[in-house]
Design a protein around this ligand. Structure first.
Ligand code: SF4
Length: 399
């Protein structure tokens, strides 16, 4: 299910944007629909109230917990069943983090990752992506969401951006705490650099009203109408333009369309500076020159003021050489970037090995000495790329 479809359904039940907003807030934050002086019972239109139990049942069926696997240090892997029986993985991370999946399977086929083994099975709808956050929030607080689980977000961009927009607004997650990860795809850079995300994610969205500065105070009449929506009661609903409920529809649409696109932080899976090796490690990633990828990522980092997080799954004898270190130093010198080294996580049936802890530490230390911020991340912990897909593969085998 897509959020755009959910919005349309609410709209068909007589919901105005302020009703949608309250329902989406309640759902995504696992909170109440009631407000002081404005219980849901008198706030939502009757048709929506009648349909609410069915909608809630449908939403909670989008992502169900199949099993939970503690992995130490505050980390737990969740095997999540979708409503058609497909499985994905989410990972609870320390300090309120959550890693979510964006596809069932993955078409990129990175040689060190289980998710890509069987190729892409299907896309996740934006509501299914948000439902993973809802599921996690029923277990503990979530204040950061990284899109680094199963799937390549660039291959499901409309749904991923729609989920990001919801999480960064009604979902109450800080924009820099939403981290979109990609192997590097021009479509991602284009869409992220676009101020308005022309994704059509809101069917009620009208074009921005041009010619009026966003900061300009709204005309008095609109201000009164907006105030009435913010503290809508059964009574105040009547006191609006044209005798309609809440904000006039066009005012509501205009208000929604003026909400700027949520800009997530960006993580770029590099893994090597050698183009030929990268084509082997990430066989179906777009063939874009590494320098060009870094240029695009840098432009976005400067535009948003969030550093790019470069992801590097460290594999012994493959991409842990001194030559790689030198090239990383050249590539990232002066860039607004953080290098995350993620020592390879053993995967059944793969011959790759994890470098020693000493080698990993030396690599990070060498870059830090050159002024390039480098960190070591545990694949079972902070960044799980390459480690994802193993639970699902095991569950599929057992079926
Ligand atoms: S590492 Fe990420 S992009 Fe590569 S196959 Fe796995 S899920 Fe896909």
């Amino acid at each position: 299910m897509r959020i755009v479809q959910l919005r349309q359904r609410l709209h068909d039940l007589g919901a105005k944007p302020c009703h949608e907003d309250r329902l989406l807030r309640g759902w995504s934050q696992v909170g109440s629909y009631d407000r002081v002086h404005s219980p849901a019972e008198s706030f939502f239109p009757l048709a929506l109230r009648n349909e609410l139990p069915a909608i809630e049942a449908e939403l909670s069926g989008l992502a169900r917990l199949c099993s939970e696997h503690p992995a130490g240090k505050g980390v737990a892997r969740l095997l999540v069943e979708l409503n058609d029986g497909q499985m994905v993985e989410s990972v609870l991370l320390p300090r309120g983090g959550l890693c979510v999946s964006t596809q069932v399977g993955c078409a990129v086929g990175c040689v060190f990752c289980m998710s890509g083994r069987a190729g892409l099975l299907r896309q996740l709808g934006s509501a299914e992506i948000v439902a993973q956050v809802v599921l996690a929030r029923k277990r503990r607080a979530v204040s950061k969401v990284v899109f680094m689980g199963m799937g390549e977000p660039a291959h499901n961009l409309d749904n991923v951006l729609e989920a990001i927009q919801l999480l960064g607004t009604q979902g109450n997650i800080g924009h820099k705490n939403l981290v979109l990860s990609t192997v590097g795809d021009l479509r991602v850079f284009e869409r992220l650099m676009d101020a308005d995300y022309p994704s059509g994610s809101n069917p009620l969205q009208l074009p921005l009203v041009r010619g009026r500065a966003e900061s300009a105070p709204p005309p008095k009449e609109q201000l009164a109408i907006r105030l009435s929506c913010h503290k809508t009661t059964a009574k105040s609903l009547v006191m609006t333009r044209g005798g309609g409920e809440g904000l006039g529809r066009e005012d509501e649409r205009e208000k929604q369309s003026s909400i700027p696109a949520v800009k997530p932080a960006l993580a770029l899976s590099l893994h090597t500076t050698d183009a030929a090796l990268r084509a082997k490690l990430l066989p179906r990633a777009p063939q874009i020159a590494i320098e060009e990828l870094v240029e695009h990522a840098e432009a976005y980092a400067r535009a948003t003021s969030y550093p790019v997080q470069y992801q590097w799954t460290l594999i012994e004898g493959v991409n842990d050489s001194d030559a790689e270190l030198e090239r990383i130093a050249q590539l990232l010198s002066g860039k607004y970037a953080v290098m995350n080294f993620i020592p390879f996580n053993a995967v059944d049936g793969l011959a790759y090995r994890r470098p020693s802890a000493e080698r990993t530490a030396l690599m990070a230390h060498s870059l830090n000495r050159l002024g390039i911020l480098a960190r070591i991340r545990d694949s079972a912990g902070q960044e799980i790329e390459g480690a994802c897909g193993q639970l699902r593969a095991r569950a599929a085998k057992a079926k």
